[in-house]
Design a protein around this ligand. Structure first.
Ligand code: ZN
Length: 64
């Protein structure tokens, strides 16, 4: 378990998905699913943050 490290940083991040509030999943934390990670990413892309994104190579959920 490496969750102790979070407390050490002083970041009391809840173990819940910031998008839907469900419990986070280790492989996609801090989200509960890749879908929610996508939703959050979408928020970033809408202008909340200006971060250049590389080609979508990590998504197997959305295929046009
Ligand atoms: Zn979620």
């Amino acid at each position: 378990m490496a969750t102790r490290a979070d407390s050490a940083l002083g970041t009391t991040a809840p173990d819940t998905c910031p998008v839907c509030g469900l419990r986070t999943l280790e492989r996609v934390k801090p989200f509960c699913s890749a879908r929610c990670a996508d939703v959050d990413l979408g928020r970033w892309l809408t202008g909340a943050y200006a971060i250049p994104v590389p080609d979508d190579e990590d998504e197997d959920d959305e295929g046009s």
